[in-house]
Design a protein around this ligand. Sequence first.
Ligand code: ATP
Ligand code: MG
Length: 327
Amino acid sequence: TARVFSGIQPTGIPHLGNYLGAIESWVSLQEEYSSVLYSIVDLHSITVPQNPAELQKNIMDMAASLLACGIDPNRSILFQQSQLDEEHKMSMILAANLAMFQCQHCYTWQMKSGSLKNEGSVGLFTYPVLQSADILLYKSTHVPVGEDQVQHLELAQDTARIFNRNYGDCFPIPKAILSCTKKVKSLRDPTAKMSKSDPQIIATVNLTDSPDEIVLKFRKAVTDFTSEVTYDPEGRPGVSNMVSIHAAVTGMSVEEVVSQSMGLDTAHYKLAVAEAVIQKLAPVRAEIERLRTDQGYLKDVLKRGTEKAKELATPVYQEIRRLVGFS
Ligand code: ATP
Ligand code: MG
């Protein structure tokens, strides 16, 4: 049976790029698949230094954000990764079956370990092993990922094949569901993607930004010196980013957006896009704020999610124990 699995790190309130590029598609996958799991991957977060109190807050903020965006705890299993003991055991078993070089080449290690010199943690090195454990523990068949994660999913596929070869057929080979939304670009540098870790606050629109903050960020958005709305990502990345965002938040096509905006200069156009973003985010923002004040409810959702995830993981882990020779 088809089963969708995806994870997101608890790094606080998501931004517009996370929302349009990942979370919206997670919401629509709930319609298409009957078995869907979304994990808040706190074990992945601690592979780089974290402040414990902040991490706890971020886990709850991510839960609130996902629910506010439309993840329905009755149709998806929304849970916190570290709460399942099977995750840890699975990760050890899979690590024992992989060669060092398979992790060495992976994106996260290559990206993040460089700046950490030789101080990159062992956990950061085995990051994709833990991802494989996440996916395989539920015998997931489909994994929505961004382009940056395709390589890690390939490692998960290899891991499944290696395990199946070493111990007998157990895991389906998980397939990627690639997000079709274009990357949302930074409002300050339209050649870079919008990113949580961007030090320039006005480059990134967060889901809890007030209408005033959104207007300010769009007003300051970098475009170019041609005062006309056209879509040309290569030649005019700034204005084209405005057009893509406009299309994504209104559900219109790029062509419709451009023809509707004919005659507007870019300064006015940026305000029109800001207005459309405000409209789209208003209910999400209000719901995040409401849920944040109801920590009891959030804890309850995560607790129920953990129970349901455990129900799926237990028989798989039993099978693995038997195959490996532990029982
Ligand atoms: P960081 O800068 O810490 O890597 P991030 O902004 O890239 O943070 P992630 O937590 O790495 O956010 O990504 C969560 C999900 O959002 C992933 O599926 C990723 O592909 C997607 N995503 C991140 N940034 C964008 C963006 N600018 N446009 C579209 N999708 C994005
Ligand atoms: Mg990222």
